[in-house]
Design a protein around this ligand. Structure first.
Ligand SMILES: [Zn+2]
Length: 275
């Protein structure tokens, strides 16, 4: 039983560290405090008390302890709730609850300026972000991304309309995996990569696409404007989208917009920007 318990604790520690960076350390603190204080009661009461203790510790660490320490590592959190002054917010709670919304002050400022620009000019849109980086330590990867490890990378949602022509969020609540596929005659980079053996290239699409809303339409005009505005910003040095979208949106002359390589995943479901 002790071995099973140790395996369970190790798996939870690794999983929480992989997904949230600080969750593993919070789990160790929770185990220590729980062993000292939570000993009596029925199994169900103990379970609820332990869960409440872990969540309380996680919230305190994530929202009170982490932000000031992250500042010393040169990282700041992105906006959580958008308003007219900061019109940028995460696609869903997961990204900030899991501490995946930290960037350098330069990237935060660039993202805010781009978001404000998109909010104040036609078409007026509210930008949403997906994964950014963790709060601490260059080189600590943000699973499953290969490159989001230094505070200088951020993924943004493309812009969509619903069946009635109104502004809409990305077609699923995750934000990834709803791909704007190549049309006939357009370059199919995903097929090229998969032919070369890069099986992971469209993996997210295959897993998540059943969740997609079916009436959402990729807004070509708004996305072309967004990408022009991102490319115009002097702090942003690289932008990754799929080659067929670069051509379709008339962006072939923008050198900052590049192909990310077959070793990554497809980028026709989100925009990757970096310093
Ligand atoms: Zn990215």
């Amino acid at each position: 039983m002790k071995i099973l318990s140790a395996i369970k604790s190790t798996v939870l520690f690794l999983l929480l560290t992989l997904v949230t960076q600080v969750g593993g350390v919070v789990y160790l603190c929770y185990k220590f405090i729980a062993a000292l204080t939570l000993k009596k009661g029925s199994a169900s009461t103990l379970f609820l008390k332990k869960l409440a203790l872990f969540l309380l510790l996680y919230v305190i660490v994530s929202f009170v302890v982490v932000p000031p320490i992250a500042k010393h590592f040169g990282r700041v959190p992105l906006q959580i709730i958008a308003n007219n002054k900061f019109p940028l917010q995460p696609r869903n709670l997961f990204y900030f609850v899991c501490n995946r919304h930290y960037v350098t002050p330069e990237l935060r400022s660039a993202a805010m300026q781009i978001a404000l620009d998109m909010r104040n000019n036609k078409p007026k849109v509210m930008l949403q972000y997906l994964d950014a980086c963790f709060p601490f330590k260059n080189g600590f990867p943000l699973f499953p991304h290969k490159s989001h490890d230094d505070g200088e990378k951020l993924d943004l949602c493309f812009l969509y309309k619903d069946g009635n022509g109104n502004r809409a969020n990305s077609p699923n609540f995750v934000g990834y995996g709803a791909c704007e596929l190549p049309r006939s005659g357009e370059k199919d980079q995903a097929a090229i990569c998969e032919k070369q053996g890069y099986w992971q290239y469209s993996l997210l699409q295959k897993i998540i696409s059943p969740l997609n809303a079916t009436d959402h339409v990729f807004d070509e005009v708004a996305n072309a404007k967004l990408l022009h505005r991102i490319a115009k910003h002097k702090s942003i040095r690289k932008i990754f989208i799929e080659p067929h979208l670069k051509t379709r949106l008339g962006l072939d002359d923008i050198d900052k917009i590049r192909f990310h390589g077959c070793g990554a995943v497809r980028h026709d479901d989100h925009i990757h920007i970096q310093l």
